[in-house]
Structures are given as C-alpha cells and as structure tokens.
Design a protein around this ligand. Structure first.
Ligand code: MF3
Ligand code: CO
Length: 244
C-alpha cells in the first residue's frame, strides 16, 4: 500500500506542476494515465462502477473545478484559468493494493476567501490524521474535521465520505466528515488503513448533481475544496501512505 500511495503522490505532484492558465483537465488526465501505465499500475477509478450513478466511471482522474465538489470528469473543453481551483482526485491499484489521494490546486492567485477555504480544509485533514491512532474511535476523526470546519464557518459536505481502503478501493468503515450518531463508532486498531477526505464548501453544505449525473456541485454555487490521504494505523502512530 505504501508503493501504491507513493505512486499516487508522484502523479498528484506532476499534475500540480502542470496546472496553469490555459491547461485543460483532459491534459492532466492524459499525463496521469501515462504515469500509471509506465508504473505498471491499474487506474482504480477507470471503469469503477458507481451504483448511485448506475454507470462505470470513464477516467483515471476526477477533476472538480470551483463550485464542483467531487467526481468531475476530465474534459478537453474544460480550460483552467487564473483564479480557479481544481480538485484532482486519483487512485491506483498496484500489485493488488490500493492508494487514493486528492488535492485542491489553485490556478495562480485565488481570492483570499478561497485561499482560506483551501487552508482550512487541509488543516481539517491534518487534524483528522492526528486522530488516526490505535485506541481512539472513529468519531475522534470525524469530530476533529467537524469542529475545525464549523469553527471557520464553512459547510461540511455530507453526501460523500471517506472510507477504509486496502485490497479494495472502498472498504469498511465509512468515514464521514462529521459525527454521525446513527453510525457505529468502532475502536481504531493497528493495521487499519483509512482514506480520510474532507470535502468543504465555502457556503452552504448542500450539493446536487449536474446534468452529466457524475459531477457533484454545491447548490448555492459556492466553491468547494477536497483533500484526501490514506493513513495507516501503526504502533508508532499514524503513517500517511500517500506522501513522503
Ligand atoms: N475518489 C473517490 C473516493 O475516494 C472515488 C472516485 S469514484 C469514481 O472514494 F467514480 F471516480 F471512481
Ligand atoms: Co477516497
């Protein structure tokens, strides 16, 4: 899983370096797919069946721009411009093990409130990572994200959640970005790996799907940030598999 995680990291780094005014989200897709093939990995998202949509996803990246929250399909018509933000989410399967990570990349200078949205979402992920320890419970992770985002006045997306990960892309348990008392609150154990992925709207947390049925965007048009890492629980504490 470390090898899969580091491949995902290197792809996101490369994509980040490509993002600029005039680049299309399809440019990013093509480069990411090439890197996966070169590494002998299988794209985890391409052909992944999503029951809520009733279709297989067709790309190796999700590229969600501005008010888009997640699952934006790359397109040669989607030209990034200065001031935009683009969430790039990707996953690979390498030797039977999965890695999954996302970053939200600013295109040049972005508005101060949007810079703050990116910072708060990233901080929420770091606080969640720090709770990913043996002996803690799932709600310690969920609560850490919820407290930080709420304290900063942003909206936590509820329709999409983090997840266990390993020999499948999505394993138990689901990891909401808020304390959901209807769910179980399992004890965290050494050897578990969780994909933590706060999705945060600058305004209202509500989302709806675009006509393409894949892209989730904010209902009020406010912009949205998404950061994700895979975190292994070790005897020495959290080990983030998707960064050095
Ligand atoms: N990145 C999503 C996740 O973390 C999965 C992508 S869904 C797909 O769960 F349709 F793109 F495959
Ligand atoms: Co994920």
């Amino acid at each position: 899983m470390r090898a899969a995680g580091m491949l995902v990291y290197s792809i996101l780094k490369r994509v980040e370096s490509m993002v600029a005014d005039g680049v299309t989200t399809m440019d990013l897709e093509v480069e990411a797919e090439r890197m996966m093939r070169d590494a002998g990995a299988r794209p985890a998202f391409k052909n992944y069946y999503v029951p809520a949509v009733g279709q297989r996803y067709k790309y190796v990246l999700c590229t969600s721009v501005n008010d888009e929250i997640v699952h934006g399909p790359p397109s040669a018509k989607r030209v990034l411009k200065t001031g935009d933000i683009v969430s790039v989410d990707t996953g690979v399967e390498l030797n039977g093990w999965y890695g999954d990570s996302a970053i939200t990349i600013p295109v040049g200078e972005v508005a101060p409130q949007i810079r703050r949205l990116l910072d708060v979402t990233k901080e929420a992920l770091e606080l969640a990572i720090d709770q990913t320890r043996a002996g803690n419970r799932l709600f310690d992770i969920c609560g850490a994200v919820e407290r930080h985002v709420t304290a900063n006045g942003f909206g936590i997306v509820r329709e999409f959640v983090g997840h266990g990960i390993g020999s499948q892309l999505h394993e138990e348990p689901q990891v909401p970005n808020y304390v959901d008392r209807k769910n179980e609150n399992p004890r965290l154990k050494e050897g578990m790996v969780l994909a933590l992925e706060p999705m945060v709207n600058a305004g209202s947390p509500e989302s709806h799907n675009k006509a393409d049925r894949w892209t989730a965007c904010s209902k009020d048009g406010s912009w949205s940030a998404h950061f994700e890492h895979c975190v292994a629980i070790t005897a020495d504490g959290p080990w983030v598999l998707t960064r050095p």
